[in-house]
Design a protein around this ligand. Structure first.
Ligand code: IMP
Length: 427
């Protein structure tokens, strides 16, 4: 059985949680490989409605081991709250594994995220304020504290003391904020260590033995490709790579062992936080999409910015990720729209371009060139077969596939597992 990476193809919130929850049925392992509790994966299944931030969306199956991979930054407080929430709803979480190589989000990370955002004023990124940027900065700067450090309390205390000496200088001298107390932080994290110890393991061996047994392993992404620090709308980006390349780095599965890369696209575009969204609709149509689709952030509750499907960004995303196939989610949102637009190119002044510019100032000048397609004005939520979808809905999905330059494997027409239509086989 193969290894399949599941990647957010736009600006996040494409519905990866539903796809992972669905595909996990046949898998033995789901590995989250990037981000932290900035992510919000909504899963609706026979056990209820769940909003997951850190725990992989395969946790609902008794046969699936769920790994928080080395590429994730873990806020232990959020993780414990999530474990308690799941236990309260009767979900068995004993098959959770946290990589000892994953980094910890510390109290100074969340504090610095907030202080940095405030200091940016009108140029704020609109982060989730979960400490993600500062935690990945520390990882790269070799100042991070890893999940594995929780297993040795003496060295944990020493590490907190050393790092805090540096952080307190920044807090006091740059931001005029009060310093943080080492003993208090150690006591808090020692408490987390006691709770999380049973889950902390070397995940690399575990994943490779599942692969050796020929079991299906899913690599679950977070955020979306257009928030990538290299290929997204930098600096309006997140701080770990949501791309398929990082599915390898963030899990320890070598690139040549990943058999399929599935790009998850919504039938339209959304974005939370600041930064370019070329097809954004600041009008009644944008409000209508937001209302019909209930586009409000899972993690922060913020209203999401909405716009038509962006074929230029979609093609770029398919290219940098190497998608072998795509899933189009939320097709049903358009059930009552008389006509739909898709962006097929950008116009800057007199010039038409078909590439996704790297510079923010160029992106801000881009005007979408639209193609209009007829709507289907019929309820698709009960459809289960591709050929039973209205012709206009099939044409819409087919057009998106042409623009992305990769086949569509699945189309989703509602939040439930069963509300999924196979367009072409994944394998
Ligand atoms: P950060 O990841 O909290 O640093 O936020 C950086 C940017 O990424 C902000 O615009 C966030 O709104 C956005 N972002 C982070 N996580 C998600 C997500 O899971 N879905 C959508 N946007 C996200």
């Amino acid at each position: 059985m193969p290894v399949v990476a599941i990647i957010g193809a736009q600006w996040g919130d494409e519905g990866k949680g539903k796809v992972v929850d669905m595909l996990a049925e046949k898998s033995s392992m789901v590995v989250r490989f990037a981000g932290g509790d900035n992510a919000g994966h909504t899963v609706i299944n026979p056990m209820g409605l769940f909003k997951l931030h850190l725990i992989p969306s395969g946790i609902f199956y008794p046969n699936v081991t769920c790994v928080i991979g080395n590429g994730v930054v873990v806020n232990p407080r959020s993780l414990i709250a999530e474990l308690d929430m799941l236990a309260g709803k009767g979900v068995d979480t004993r098959r959770l594994v946290i990589s000892d190589r994953a980094h910890l989000i510390m109290p100074y990370h969340t504090l610095l995220d907030e202080l940095e955002e405030k200091s940016r004023g009108k140029k704020a990124i609109g982060t989730t304020l979960r400490g993600i940027g500062p935690a990945f900065t520390d990882k790269t700067a070799r100042m991070g504290i890893r999940v594995g450090d929780l297993l040795d309390k003496r060295s944990l205390k020493h590490r907190i003391k050393t790092v805090l000496e540096n952080k307190n200088v920044i807090l006091e001298r740059i931001y005029g904020a009060p310093p943080l107390d080492c003993e208090e932080m150690y006591a808090e994290y020692a408490g987390y260590a006691d709770k999380l110890k049973p889950f902390i393991k070397d995940s690399v061996e575990l994943i490779s033995s599942a692969m050796e047994r020929q079991e299906l392993v899913l690599l679950e992404g977070a955020q979306g490709a257009m928030l990538d620090p290299d290929f997204g709308t930098y600096p309006f980006a997140t701080s770990s790579s949501p791309l398929s390349g990082n599915a390898s780095l963030g899990s320890g599965v070598a690139p040549n062992r990943i058999d399929r890369v599935l790009g998850i696209y919504k039938a339209y575009c959304t974005r939370v936080g600041s930064g370019p969204l070329p097809t954004e609709l600041n009008d009644e149509m944008g409000d209508r999409i937001r209302e019909v689709a209930q586009e409000f952030g899972t993690t922060t509750g913020r209203p999401r910015r909405c716009g038509w499907f962006d074929g230029v960004a979609a093609r770029f995303s398919a290219h940098v990720n190497g998608f072998t196939g795509a899933v189009i989610t939320r097709v049903d949102v358009f059930d009552n729209f008389p006509s739909l637009k898709v962006c097929v190119a950008y116009r800057i002044g007199e010039k038409e371009i078909s590439y996704f510019p790297s510079s923010i100032s160029e992106l801000e000048k881009c005007q979408p060139v639209y193609e209009e397609l007829p709507g289907w004005q019929a309820d698709t939520t009960g459809v289960r077969k591709w050929e039973d979808l209205p012709k206009e809905a099939r044409n819409y999905v087919t057009r998106l596939s042409q623009l992305m330059g990769c086949p569509v494997n699945l189309a989703s027409i509602g939040p439930e597992r069963a509300q999924t239509i196979e367009v072409s086989p994944i394998f």
